[in-house]
Ligand binder design. Structure first.
Ligand code: FES
Ligand code: FE2
Length: 333
């Protein structure tokens, strides 16, 4: 099996296809349900540039495109907040929490104008084990897409872990360069020397399953990871700690720029475990940052046209082969 050609990481045409054929119709991890605790709480974000928000309403959580139905302005600022209605900052149209248009100021006489024709565009939502996912146009049923994952995590009490913080990291490489890197442990000796010492690397195992890739290695004493790292098609990850976990979403910004949205969760959020939690988070972010340089330099080589596809290791790059086979399937649509 060969690595895919470099144009997959550099072409804007392929990137635009990724947005429409992968990101607009897959399930995207947005945030933990606990961040939308009371009515009016919202979380606005982007999925490969597609603006969306989720909001807690009287009838539960709803999800919409963050796009004004008038002339397309962004409705809610990115991030978290609380608002009982959604007011466009441009010409002040106002919608209710259910997406119904409530007020159109200074409009003028217009017998043809019907507010009910201009509801916000609602999108699909799924909550699963305390995590909130959305999809603009889901192609697969969530439970079918992640059937094996549900079994994979059945003994881990992930909904008992409390969300503590979100961290965003941005770097200059295509989202697929980073994903190729995430789904293999082959680079651990070269790129993460301290992490390498903290696991039994000879026992590192990578398994591609239906909709996800599982990587495991026995941790040695003192490592914050529990020894299990999961990546889910197309772009979210979950790694277990002792008494906690992180999740991430690998979010493309453009052909050569990607953001990682990391969230950290712990069973104990008491003051006396704060120091320990902060240390886990900072050690974890350091390991994550160690990957950026190889990704950035690989991206440059792909952009220069100097790279011809090389072979993938059957032992260590099964996850890369699986990810790339899903990409090719999506491209063929
Ligand atoms: S673009 Fe939103 S009110 Fe005009
Ligand atoms: Fe890495």
């Amino acid at each position: 099996m060969l690595n895919i050609p470099s144009e997959n990481y550099t072409s804007t045409t392929i990137y635009n296809d990724d947005v429409q054929k992968i990101f607009a119709n897959s399930w995207q991890l947005v945030c933990p349900v606990s961040r939308l605790a009371k009515r009016g709480d919202y979380y606005a974000t982007e999925i490969s540039g597609l603006k969306v928000f989720v909001i807690k309403t009287k009838k539960g959580i709803r999800a919409f495109r963050n796009v004004c139905r008038h002339r397309g302005a962004r409705l809610l600022p990115e991030g978290c907040g609380t608002s009982s209605t959604i007011r466009c900052p441009y010409h002040q149209w106002v919608w209710g929490e259910g997406g119904e248009l409530l007020n159109v100021p200074w409009w003028g006489q217009d017998p043809d104008f019907e507010p009910k024709d201009w509801k916000l565009d609602e999108i699909f939502l799924k909550t699963w084990r305390g995590l909130l996912f959305l999809s603009i146009q889901p192609e697969a049923n969530f439970d079918l897409e992640y059937g094996d994952l549900i079994e994979e995590l059945q003994n881990d009490p992930i909904e008992d872990y409390n969300w503590t913080q979100e961290e965003k990291l941005v770097f200059d490489a295509n989202w697929k360069v980073y994903t190729d890197n995430f789904v293999e442990g082959y680079h651990i000796p070269g790129v993460h020397p301290a992490f390498h010492k903290a696991i039994d690397f000879d026992k590192f195992e990578t398994t591609a399953l239906n909709g996800h890739v599982r990587m495991t290695a026995p941790p040695r004493d003192g490592l914050f990871y529990k020894g299990k790292w999961l990546w889910m098609w197309p772009n979210w990850t979950l790694s277990l700690f002792e008494g906690g976990m992180n999740t991430s979403r690998i979010n493309p910004i453009n052909t050569g720029k990607t953001e990682l949205i990391y969230n950290f969760y712990f069973r104990s959020t008491s003051d006396n475990t704060k120091k320990q939690r902060d240390k886990i988070i900072s050690d974890n972010l350091n390991v994550i940052r160690e990957d950026f340089e190889v990704c950035i330099e690989t991206q440059k080589n792909y952009e220069s046209g100097a790279y011809r596809p090389g072979p993938l290791s059957p032992r260590h790059e099964q996850g890369v082969a699986y990810f790339q086979s899903r990409l090719l399937e999506s491209n063929a649509k």
